[in-house]
Design a protein around this ligand. Structure first.
Ligand code: AMP
Ligand code: ZN
Length: 137
C-alpha cells in the first residue's frame, strides 16, 4: 500500500517531528492553518476513526492532550483546535487516520468554523430516535 502517512510515521520519509513513541509520530503539517499546526499519526495504518481500534483511539486522545499542553506553553497560543476528518465529504484528503492540532491566536482568521443552523423539533426527534436505536443494537 502506498500511503504517505505510513512512510512519514515510520520514518521512511523525513518530517519535522515534534514527538515520537512506539505507536505515534507527531509532525508539523506542511500546509499549516496556523503557526504550529501539527498532526498526530499512528505508525500503523488505519484509514479513519471507524477503523482505528479503541485502545489506539484512546492513546491518540491522551497524546493530543499532552501535545496541546506543550504546544500551548511553547507557542503561547490563545487556544487550540483538535480536528479529525473522516471521509472526503468531511474534508479528509489523506486516508490514514490523523488528528490535527491547530494552535489558535487571537485574530488569526483561520476560519475553522461553520454557520450555525437550526435544530428543528422534527430533526431532534428523528435524529435522537435513529442514533439511540443504533447504539442499542
Ligand atoms: P485531512 O484533510 O484531514 O486529510 O488532512 C491532511 C493534512 O495533511 C493537510 O492538512 C495537509 O496539509 C497535510 N499533509 C499532506 N501531506 C503532508 C506531508 N507530506 N507532510 C505533512 N503534512 C502533510
Ligand atoms: Zn497509512
Amino acid at each position: 500500500m502506498d500511503c504517505i502517512f505510513c512512510k512519514i510515521a515510520n520514518g521512511e520519509i523525513p518530517s519535522a517531528t515534534l514527538y515520537e513513541d512506539g505507536d505515534f509520530r507527531v509532525i508539523l503539517d506542511l500546509g499549516p492553518a496556523t503557526k504550529g499546526h501539527a498532526l498526530i499519526l499512528p505508525k500503523k495504518h488505519y484509514a479513519n476513526l471507524h477503523e482505528i481500534p479503541e485502545d489506539m483511539a484512546a492513546k491518540a486522545m491522551v497524546l493530543a492532550k499532552k501535545m496541546a499542553g506543550a504546544m500551548t506553553e511553547a507557542l503561547a497560543c490563545d487556544g487550540l483546535n483538535v480536528v479529525q476528518n473522516n471521509g472526503e465529504a468531511a474534508g479528509q484528503t489523506v486516508f490514514h487516520f490523523h488528528m490535527h492540532l491547530i494552535p489558535r491566536y487571537k485574530e488569526d482568521h483561520a476560519g475553522i468554523t461553520w454557520v450555525p443552523g437550526t435544530l428543528t423539533d422534527d430533526d431532534k426527534t428523528e435524529i435522537v430516535e435513529k442514533i439511540t436505536r443504533e447504539l442499542a443494537k
